[in-house]
Ligand binder design. Structure first.
Ligand code: PGA
Ligand code: MG
Length: 230
């Protein structure tokens, strides 16, 4: 059987709709995510962990971040993960935007894209109860026609389901959309859905350069995006 090849796209992208990842793409959330992890660890009587380590654990939702953090101190039981997750959620939801801010150029760019008549969406693995207040607090919420969080649908990125769902709800074919993200979860979801994908270099993809993920475009700042669009 012929190997399944990822469809290739190149700028300028049609991008009637631009769907954007949250953590590491729209908003720099690592400081607050790490602070909540350290508050959780303190409450559990465990040692603190440095920000760069926690940064590497972002991308698969808060529960996975909690599990990976605990794993630094030995394989945790599911019970411990659940207990720690409850503690984490309490602290993180109380300090969602102490230091979290949109990356440079984000606000101006989403505004410009909207003015051009492009339909905007936010597709994140972050839980809905965290996503909605964070986007509201930072003045981004009203730009998005669709917001799909990590627990909105039965599957999340890297599964293509959220992208296919957005395409269906918006009535725009996947190849006329563009996903902007920062990690392997984003590129895998886009490849699976047949959607063009651009990666930002400043986000959270562990130690790996996003260019190795083979996205259709790479940008160093969010405001380089409009130049890639038709
Ligand atoms: O919540 C996470 O771990 C990551 O969320 P993201 O999909 O917005 O990067
Ligand atoms: Mg991300």
């Amino acid at each position: 059987m012929a190997a399944v090849m990822k469809p290739r796209f190149q700028p300028p992208f049609v991008a009637r709709s631009v769907v954007i990842d949250l953590d590491g793409t729209l908003i720099d959330t690592a400081g607050d995510l790490a602070a909540a992890a350290n508050r959780m660890l303190a409450e559990l009587g465990r040692p603190q962990v440095e920000l760069p380590i926690i940064r590497g654990f972002i991308g698969n939702g808060v529960k996975e971040l909690v599990r990976r953090t605990l794993r630094l101190m030995g394989e945790p039981s599911n019970e411990l993960v659940n207990e720690a997750f409850t503690i984490y959620m309490k602290h993180y939801s109380e300090h969602l935007h102490d230091s979290s801010r949109p990356y440079p150029g984000v606000l101006e760019t989403v505004e410009a894209l909207q003015r051009q008549g492009r339909v905007l969406g936010c597709i994140t693995n972050k839980r809905d109860e965290l996503t909605q207040p964070l986007l509201k607090a930072l003045g981004l919420h009203h730009f998005f026609e669709i917001i799909l969080a990590g627990d909105t649908l039965p599957k999340r990125k890297p599964d293509p389901l959220p992208l296919l769902h957005a395409s269906q709800v918006l009535g725009i074919p996947v190849e006329e959309m563009l996903l902007v993200g920062d990690s392997r979860n984003d590129t895998e979801a886009a490849f699976g859905a047949g959607m063009p994908v651009a990666c930002v270099t400043y986000g959270y993809n562990g130690d790996q350069d996003v260019r190795e993920l083979n996205p259709d475009a790479v940008i160093e700042r969010f405001d380089e995006l409009p130049a890639l669009l038709a």
